[in-house]
Design a protein around this ligand. Sequence first.
Ligand code: SF4
Length: 340
Amino acid sequence: MNRPIIPRSPLRKNGKNNNGSFIRDITALCEQLQLPNSVKDAAIGLNSPFPLRISKSFLEQIERGNPNDPLLLQVLPQTLENSKVEGFSDDPVGDLSNSVTPGVIHKYRNRVLLTVTGACAIHCRYCFRRNFPYNSENPKRDNWDSAINYIHQHSEIEEVILSGGDPLMLELENLSELVQQIEQIHHIKRLRIHSRIPIVAPERVNEQMLTWFDKVSLPVVMVLHSNHPNELSTEVESVLNRLSQRGVRLLNQSVLLKGVNDSAETLAKLSNRLFDIGVQPYYLNLLDRAHGSAHFEVSAKHTQEIAAALQTLLPGYLMPKIVRDQGKSSGKVVLCLESL
Ligand code: SF4
């Protein structure tokens, strides 16, 4: 498989991009977070085309001087990622075997997913698409033509999912152009957006973007991605409120991650906080086994203990469905306690 080339922003010498919103340099990160040299040492020697990238807003939520901060661990490159572990692959959920035209993944009969960009505001080290070939699987390469034609020709498709990367990293003009074309297709009933932007770079959801949401004629479901209650700042809350006011339905999916959120108390806190800010807990995904992410995997036994404890802490409507993606054509399955 080709290695991905993630679109990058021009860098200044201090490791930030030209608008100062991202950190991409381990030394700058350690300085800003007052981390010991051992953190930097553990990252040096990592041989990965998936570089460090953290938004300023996410950085602000990380505790200074704490190398085990649960938000830091999600984005901190470590040489551990070099290990090749059996059962892990570059395409753990079968994206490529379900790609019908570049950047269009048709796995489930009535919905289709577009990988509209490879760009993200942060690089989550456990990402299941960390090795995805965004260059070749790019639906924008012909101005969306093949993707739109494919959707037109498949009247069984009712929902288009914009994914990536992060679709809200697209220039608004590009996003708008794509969505206008989707809106013209009569059999499309819903638009779904998978995005971590409102959580990790809420400032990007600005007035211009909110005004654009007002104009979208399809019902919009936004599946957010938050793994830990510390990610949900008051700024995040305010942006989510404004999206809700525009009729955007908000759901959240998380990934169960060792050292980050592998405790029932943390996950219960997350669900409660999501409810308080108007977001429905939706999925708790077990780790998709992408090369470089093995150190995040939680054992089956511990997963079972967490799930059992979580059920006692949460009312049913706040309990996320625990799911595993089986890859290839079988897709996601919802797990019950006995099958974990
Ligand atoms: S924001 Fe989503 S797509 Fe981007 S690196 Fe994180 S998990 Fe992957």
